[in-house]
Design a protein around this ligand. Structure first.
Ligand code: ADP
Length: 257
């Protein structure tokens, strides 16, 4: 199967000045994606077991005769724990992707305060990114039905992306707007921003913007997982952005009456 797309460029009088089209073999792309999904499903499960035992042994090492340990060993143990934490986040993200693919991203929900969600995330973010100025704006007293851990995962993902894709401007705004029917939480940064074409695709799994001038590491699955979590809360996720000016990623949840 092939997909056909055309692009037109207009002058100020809305006359077409250039036009081109592309043909893509969708079937091949689909097969490649299915192979990736299958590999991730197997690899993430295989990685989980040794990682859990590694975590356990590191906890034992960290707790062992603390008073007798030379400071340098304590420092190494701290660094190893940090790296294990990052690895655990990666493996958990991969596991989430495979759960989503199998339709098994299940979680309990309860009544929660958006202000609690924001406070928890701000506290973690300020600790993780001390060089950034993260400020809170708007009314924070919305109540929604949801899963606190999963929503924390969404908000932390948006904040860490704001940090990652705004290496120069260090201001990040978290804005809450509450109406009678919904609560909207936005994360605004003043970083590299996105073009209209890029915006369309960033919630797809494995999609990363190809930018030779600005390279960061990542798997291209954070926004995909976030969008699936928000959808599972009957919510909406989206972005407004301008290239080189910054981005505002937001999610909207139905309010609990
Ligand atoms: P990752 O960051 O691991 O690549 P994500 O799924 O979180 O994966 O994001 C997908 C892509 O969306 C990123 O590669 C990046 O190009 C773009 N992106 C995400 N957040 C921002 C942001 N705040 N500003 C600019 N681009 C962003």
């Amino acid at each position: 199967m092939a997909s056909y797309q055309s692009y037109s460029f207009f002058d100020e009088n809305s006359c077409i000045i250039a036009w081109f089209g592309t043909m893509t073999n969708i079937e091949e792309q689909k097969q490649a994606l299915a192979k990736k999904d299958e590999f991730i499903g197997i690899a993430s499960h295989e990685l989980k077991t040794p990682l859990t035992s590694l975590k356990g042994y590191m906890q034992l090492i960290s707790a062992y005769k603390q008073n007798e340990l030379p400071p340098i060993i304590k420092q190494f143990a701290g660094k190893a724990n940090e790296a294990i934490g990052k690895l655990a986040n990666l493996v958990n993200d991969l596991l989430d992707v495979s759960k989503i693919q199998m339709g098994k991203l299940e979680f309990n929900t309860s009544l929660l305060n958006i202000s609690d969600l924001i406070n928890i995330c701000i506290e973690s973010a300020q600790f993780m990114y001390p060089n950034y100025i993260i400020s809170v704006h708007g009314d924070k007293d919305g109540r929604a039905t949801g899963n606190m851990e999963r929503l924390e995962q969404v908000l932390m993902n948006l904040i860490s992306n704001a940090v990652k894709y705004s290496p120069v401007h260090k201001d990040i705004h978290i804005v809450t707007e509450v109406t009678e029917t919904e609560v909207k939480v936005s994360v605004e940064d003043f970083g590299i921003g996105l073009s209209d074409y890029q915006k369309e695709r960033i919630f797809e799994r494995f999609y990363r913007v190809e930018d030779n001038t600005y390279a960061t590491s990542g798997l291209g699955i954070g926004l995909y997982i976030s969008s699936e979590i928000v959808k599972a809360h009957n919510g909406k996720i989206g972005v407004t952005s301008k290239l080189n000016e910054g981005s505002t990623f937001y999610f909207i949840l139905p309010i609990h009456e």
